[in-house]
Design a protein around this ligand. Structure first.
Ligand code: 3UK
Length: 517
């Protein structure tokens, strides 16, 4: 599909945008004018279809309803919303009205949300009823104006269906995504108007070949930058269709959806592919509609690529992306892929592997991966030190160690910090440790990543008890239960090992890397 007339990309893949524009116009409004008003933008597991015409109207009504709630251009809207059409209305309605949507991870706990209410200074929180159990206590800790999604939709119905797009510069703040670090609180990565244009065109269209005929189904949720591209910006950029399921993805639900909606592109994370592969052993499934599967969030083991291809006949294209870059910047493609690697740089992304003096390493050597792009967040909200550390001279420090093989494919070699990816989602060992030391029997604890049977990393707790003597199975159960109750559910340790003491530096800092060895 041709680009909108006022948007173009140079031979070097740099984007040219109008000086003043609003990114909701090319993603939402243009489809009606270009004759796609009756096409399905969204289909849900509940049988709902939202056409491009209906989407454009509801985005307008939402923008008006948000303004009527007292939000002003530049204000933040925190939207803790499951994968459903209202996610689209809120995100784009806010952007069209100049309001900044912030969709955090919906699996977090009250204390995380209370922090985000305060840090973002949001003027309004809109949340799905399913998350009330965490959002309502968070609102007690830090009161802000809040509305359930259903109540908001009722306001939307009453609001006017016309809304003039508020113009902005391509590099003006547009939306944020929170990302967590190993220590400290989540950081709001501030993305600009142009960023979704860049990812949708450079990776979506030019690497995946997404067109209006594609039906996009992402098991990764919309709150994740990965899911946001897969199931929202890519289809909307080309006038294609997104499938939305508000349930937790399991092998059964994802295969049922693939058989029912016949997506052409399926997007998952390695942990889910592993579970799907196990399920295929006992029940064959029909994936014949799928022209490519995509994986991101953590490295896809080569063995899983091979087993999936053998069982389903489709390839899984692994790619590395980040919240900061918004989507995949090194990836495999249908035309050029190699199992066990992240592939090659997405055209338009500059990639360097640097040593500790920030000099390029010799080819084949390991080093720190740095990225330069036009889709990168320009700063973290309220965190000037983190911004200065991560974003240097227009380059972004990914914190990942990489090397290139002899043919130029990029091979992931781990993190330079202690952060873990669990099911594709960030997990801080420090956060789990802080939870576990809250147990009366625990003296101290270190959490590290350990590979499971599928070669995927999961948290393991190495525990020193206050009383001499090994821990019991009952205590292990208690420690796991404590984490499940206190932390986001995917963060509990899958193994607990009891040791007499932990390796430490002279200054008393736990050396997690020595436990990993
Ligand atoms: C790790 C990978 C090896 C890596 C993301 C696609 O994961 C995404 O964003 P996050 O901010 O995490 C970024 C970090 O995750 N990682 C991601 N993908 C891979 N490591 N192989 C991979 N294929 O440490 C990276 O720095 O949560 C993924 C699109 C958008 C995203 N935000």
């Amino acid at each position: 599909m041709p680009l909108p007339p006022d948007i173009s990309f140079g031979a070097d893949h740099s984007v040219h945008l109008p000086q003043r524009f609003n990114v909701a116009v090319p993603f939402i409004d243009r489809h009606v004018g270009e004759g796609r008003g009756a096409r399905a933008a969204i289909r849900t597991v509940h049988g709902e279809t939202v056409t491009y015409a209906a989407l454009a109207e509801r985005v307008n009504r939402t923008g008006n309803a948000l303004l009527a709630q007292g939000l002003k251009p530049g204000d933040r809207l925190l939207m803790v919303v499951k994968d459903c059409p209202a996610f689209f209305y809120l995100f784009w309605g806010a952007i069209k009205a100049g309001i900044v949507p912030v969709p955090p991870n919906t699996l977090l706990r009250a204390a995380d949300y209370a922090y985000m209410f305060e840090d973002s200074g949001c003027g309004l929180v809109v949340y799905s009823a399913e998350f009330a159990g965490e959002i309502e206590p968070a609102l007690k800790q830090f009161p802000v104006k809040a509305l359930g999604v259903d109540a908001f939709l009722a306001e939307m119905e009453k609001a006017a269906p016309q809304l003039e797009a508020r113009l902005a510069a391509p590099t003006d703040d547009c939306f944020w995504l929170y990302s967590s670090g190993s220590t400290g609180r989540p950081k709001g990565a501030v993305h600009a108007q142009r960023d979704m244009v860049v990812t949708s065109e450079l990776y979506g269209v030019r690497v995946l070949g997404v067109t209006e005929r594609d039906v996009n189904y992402s098991a990764a949720k919309l709150f994740f930058a990965y899911g946001l591209g897969n199931a929202m910006t890519f289809p909307l950029w080309v006038g294609g269709t997104a499938i939305l399921d508000d349930r937790r993805p399991t092998p059964d639900t994802t295969f049922d959806n693939i058989e029912k909606f016949k997506p052409t592109l399926y997007y998952g994370v390695p942990t889910l592919y592993a579970a799907q592969l196990a399920a295929l052993e006992s029940k064959p499934r029909d994936l014949s509609s799928v022209r490519a599967c995509v994986s991101a969030g953590e490295a896809l083991p080569a063995d899983m690529f091979r087993r999936w291809k053998e069982k389903t006949g489709t390839v899984i294209l692994d790619g590395i992306g980040s919240t900061e870059c918004l989507h995949i910047f090194i990836g495999n493609s249908l035309a050029d892929h190699r199992a066990g690697t992240s592939g090659k740089p997405v055209p338009g992304y500059r990639v360097e592997i640097l040593d500790e003096n920030r000099k390029p390493v010799a080819k084949g050597e390991s080093g720190r991966l740095w990225i330069r792009s036009e889709s990168a967040a320009r700063y973290y909200w309220n965190k000037p030190e983190k911004t200065a550390e991560t974003m240097v001279d227009g380059w972004l420090n990914t914190g990942d160690t990489y090397r290139q093989d002899a043919d130029g494919y990029f091979i992931y070699e781990g993190r330079s910090d202690d952060m873990l990816k669990v099911g594709g989602i960030w997990c801080s060992p420090v956060e789990i440790e802080n939870c576990l030391v809250g147990h009366a029997a625990v003296l101290e604890v270190a959490v590290i990543g350990q590979a499971d049977a599928d070669a995927l990393i999961k948290p393991k707790a190495v525990v020193v008890l206050k009383q001499e003597g090994g821990g019991s199975a009952a205590l292990t159960d208690e420690l796991m239960a404590l984490c499940k109750k206190t932390l986001a559910p995917y963060k509990y340790p899958r193994w607990v090992e009891y040791v007499p003491e932990l390796p430490k530096t002279a200054t008393g800092k736990i050396q997690r890397f020595r436990l990993r060895a």
